[in-house]
Design a protein around this ligand. Structure first.
Ligand code: DGP
Length: 111
């Protein structure tokens, strides 16, 4: 299977990894939309949000973000977590990923 994020998880495509646990890898987005822009991905290949059925991996993803945010001192200023799912949301990589955005004033509603 040809999947960009699987290749990053396997290490065959380089990335700037900032966090890892048994089920999750987190690395810097190659096209950052804020001063801090991290992608949290399940190590198992899951195409979309609705296809993530394993509660262990679901929990691990949220724990990973919470741990990272705490460790990086993001709680006070805040941050945003985004999941783009499908064509209308402009999901461009078919491997589930959670964007963590911080480091600037974010606008609402999103574009
Ligand atoms: P989305 O539009 O939600 O599918 O976001 C995909 C993100 O993946 C986008 O913000 C850019 C990022 N991205 C694409 N290719 C690479 C890559 O090769 N390395 C890294 N680190 N990020 C990538």
């Amino acid at each position: 299977m040809d999947c960009l994020f699987c290749s990053i998880i396997e290490g065959t495509i380089p990335s700037d990894v900032v966090y890892e646990n048994d089920h999750v890898l987190a690395f810097r987005d190659v096209d950052p939309q804020s001063p801090l822009h991290i992608l949290f991905v399940p190590k198992v290949h899951v195409r979309r949000f609705s296809e993530l059925s394993d509660p262990t991996v679901q929990t691990a993803l949220f724990q990973a973000i919470a741990e990272y945010a705490q460790a990086e001192g993001l709680e006070e200023d805040g941050y945003r977590i985004v999941i783009n799912t499908g064509q209308l949301a402009q999901q461009s990589v078919d491997h589930l990923h959670l964007h963590l955005l911080s480091g600037r004033q974010l606008q609402w509603p999103p574009g």
